[in-house]
Design a protein around this ligand. Structure first.
Ligand SMILES: C[S@@+](CC[C@H](N)C(=O)[O-])C[C@H]1O[C@@H](n2cnc3c(N)ncnc32)[C@H](O)[C@@H]1O
Ligand code: SF4
Length: 356
């Protein structure tokens, strides 16, 4: 959903998602090498080849899988994550960027934790931006409060910053974001918007992300107004991902699944409505590097059931990405993705989570 032009400060350009491509071109994030690599990977997928060759075009890197909140459907927040816990070292992050940066069209700097809990995340953003990589971060918004750090984020040229704000009031927000502090998030968001205006910066594209759930669907109107009043660039309504495995998950899911089916990613039998029937674009175009260098095929694998190898100890991401293990998974997904639990949770496309 796009917001109307801000009235408060005419110098601030409200950037629409479709404008992002032009922004990237202007910033020279789209290079010939990056486009050729993406076309090669896409072509391999379309022509039925297993090895995508090259590198992923979209890379999710996990600065940490620790978190300060206890969101009820998140395995990190619930303490049910079966992966080892920790944070990525800056030197290791640099190794990833040095190897894959020339091919990356998009660096997604989060996975199963709160990115700003890693104190080196500011250096990571700056390192990637100096190499002209498109960078996006999603945050629960509690830790980005220090003015110097906010200025660093704005100055770095980071492209997109998502604030997870699933309530337009304290009471509603706290129902899912347990241990959260609504006022602190609002303060931090306000400071960020003001800093961006003061520095007359086009970036970051600031987005409020509102996950539509049963307890907050009545506040959609209110969050639209709040987003407009705050002067952010966009409000995204995201569908909720349910918990399909932990003890008592049915009860929890019933609590959070919205009443209105149009806000759900699931059909009534809890299969995804938006999944591509066969194959998977993600396995040929994107990948995930966890904080310790282990590689997961997709962010729908929090417990690392499909561990593809470790890029730091196995000769880099290129090797892991083109390994027999990765290809075996590509083969299995192509044959019958319904047999794989991770794939039943995922749309199999690179997009497909937004309500509108
Ligand atoms: C695991 S979080 C990590 C980033 C950060 N801690 C945050 O909450 O923004 C990754 C993304 O998942 C979103 N998220 C959390 N719980 C979700 C749920 N049940 N369904 C869909 N998305 C969810 C978050 O809002 C965030 O955008
Ligand atoms: S803030 Fe993000 S990582 Fe932390 S528990 Fe909530 S969804 Fe999970």
């Amino acid at each position: 959903m796009r917001l109307k032009k801000q009235r408060a400060n005419p110098l601030v350009v409200v950037m629409k998602k479709k404008d992002m491509l032009f922004y990237m071109l202007r910033g020279r994030e789209v290079t010939t090498r990056r486009v050729c690599n993406a076309l090669k990977c896409f072509g391999m997928m379309k022509f039925g080849r297993l090895e995508p060759a090259g590198y992923p075009s979209i890379l999710m890197v996990e600065p940490t899988n620790l978190c300060n909140l206890k969101c009820e459907l998140c395995p990190t927040g619930q303490g049910t994550l079966r992966a080892p816990r920790g944070s990525m070292k800056l030197a290791n992050f640099k190794k990833i960027i040095d190897e894959c940066g020339p091919y990356l069209l998009n660096l997604t700097l989060w996975n199963w934790g709160e990115p700003f809990l890693n104190r080196r995340v500011y250096d990571m953003i700056e390192y990637a931006k100096k190499r002209r990589i498109f960078v996006r971060v999603s945050t629960n918004g509690h830790l980005l409060k220090d003015s110097k750090n906010i200025e660093r984020v704005v100055r770095s040229g980071m492209d997109e910053l998502i604030f997870s704000l699933d309530g337009a009031s304290r009471e509603t927000f706290m129902k899912y974001r347990k241990s959260g502090d609504f006022e602190a998030v609002m303060d931090n968001l306000k400071k960020l918007v003001e800093t961006k205006r003061r520095m007359k910066s086009r970036t970051p594209f600031i987005e409020i992300q509102f996950i539509v759930m049963r307890h907050n669907e009545h506040e959609i109107g209110k969050i639209r107004k709040l987003a407009r009043d705050m002067g952010v660039d966009a409000l995204k309504l995201k569908t909720v991902n349910l918990d399909m495995e932990s003890a008592g998950h049915e009860e929890k899911n019933a609590k959070y699944l919205p009443k209105e089916w149009k806000y759900s990613r699931y059909s009534k039998n809890l299969n995804r409505k938006d999944a591509i029937p066969r194959g998977c674009t993600r396995l040929w175009m994107s990948s995930v590097v966890n904080w310790d260098g282990s590689v997961s095929p997709c962010c729908y694998d929090p417990h690392r059931i499909f561990d593809m190898g470790n890029m730091f100890s196995e000769g880099g991401l290129g090797r892991v990405w083109n390994s027999e293990k990765y290809n075996a998974l590509r083969r299995a997904v192509r044959k019958n993705k319904q047999a794989i639990v991770m794939c039943r949770q995922c749309p199999g496309r690179l997009t497909g989570l937004d309500v509108e």
